[in-house]
Design a protein around this ligand. Structure first.
Ligand SMILES: [Fe+2]
Length: 331
């Protein structure tokens, strides 16, 4: 009954035109199925990965988690109900709007809406990005990861780990308490950050090429106040990324080069060097914790914390060091 990956998300906005600008022109999403009050976005061969509705709010509305098929969905519903969670069966019209064969929906203890589905529709035409990017890394690892803010991680964790079977990847206690969870080889598909307020912090999308991210960073810098965290590299999933504010009060982490883990043999650890090896200056933190986060980065740098670059066939070439002192150093 395990969840496979983050399959889709839903967003509310009070200005559809803002998303029609931000989604394709900055993120490189393809807008499809636009009506007066809604638009869908593609990021791969799926017919729909994001669905944005103009309903007067600005918020992240739901996460759609994929399961294997009909019996997996039934088992998940039974398990949720056995733990006292109210499960709603998705009507046909809702499944059609989500572009899936079948779904259920339910709330986590903080009131976040989760959906579980199978049979995500595949488009008949190729993905055409909204700007010239190489593409998004999705497939079995899903569309990326979602990070929720919460009043209390302790209150939410049993729901995600004991009922939904998310496994702990690692955790950090400073500069803020953060727990990271995996369900597939992506280092985390979900994370919880304890900020004292329930909500959604960011959605991560991973690009196939580092230059997609750098060129996106140039574009984000042209938008006043749009950078939520500067270009940097994470300590735990090794993602090189920046964060920009969506029109709907949460951020998108736009990244490259995330590590893959082996879920069968993964041992969770406490991450003590802060969330980033370098960069990621967080404009959303208060001054005190922002300075503390910087001190943690400088501490990681002083210790010489580094991580190998994660590459795909076709997006790298191996170079020759051609340098005697380096060869000697390696020996
Ligand atoms: Fe992230």
């Amino acid at each position: 009954m395990s969840l496979l990956s983050l399959g889709y998300i839903g967003i509310s906005t009070n200005q559809l035109s803002d998303w029609l600008d931000y989604g394709p022109k900055l993120l490189g999403l393809q807008s499809v199925d636009k009506s007066n009050k809604s638009v869908a976005f593609r990021m791969d061969d799926r017919r729909q990965r994001l669905h944005v509705e103009e309903d007067g709010n600005e918020q992240f509305r739901y996460m759609g988690w994929e399961v294997h098929g009909h019996s997996a969905l039934d088992q998940l519903a039974a398990r949720l109900e056995a733990h006292g969670v109210t499960v709603h069966v998705g009507e046909r019209a809702l499944a059609e709007q989500r572009r899936v064969a079948n779904l259920i929906w339910f709330l986590d203890p903080a009131g976040n809406r989760l959906e579980a589905f199978y049979g995500g529709e595949i488009a008949t035409d190729p993905f055409e990005p909204g700007r010239c990017i190489s593409g998004f890394r999705t497939g079995v690892m899903g569309l990326g990861h979602a990070v929720l803010t919460c009043e209390s991680i302790d209150d939410l964790m049993p729901f995600y780990t004991e009922i939904l079977n998310f496994r702990l990847s690692d955790f950090a206690l400073r500069p803020f308490k953060a727990f990271f969870f995996h369900i597939n080889p992506r280092h985390h598909s979900l994370a919880l950050i304890e900020t004292g307020k329930n909500g959604v912090h960011h959605l991560m999308m991973e690009l196939m090429n580092l230059d997609d991210v750098g060129q996106g960073y140039d574009l984000a810098e042209l938008r006043e106040g749009n950078i939520g965290a500067t270009l940097g590299r994470h300590t735990n999933d090794w993602m090189t990324s920046f964060y920009s504010w969506t029109p709907s009060n949460f951020m998108v982490e736009y990244g490259w080069g995330g590590r893959e883990i082996d879920p069968a043999n993964w041992q969770s650890v406490e991450s003590e060097d802060g969330p980033s090896l370098w960069g990621h200056d967080r404009t959303w933190l208060d001054d005190e914790r922002r300075a503390f986060a910087r001190d943690l980065r400088l501490g990681a740098a002083e210790k010489g914390q580094r991580a190998p670059v994660q590459v795909l066939p076709g997006n790298h070439e191996v170079m020759s060091p051609n340098c005697l002192w380096w060869d000697g150093l390696k020996k």
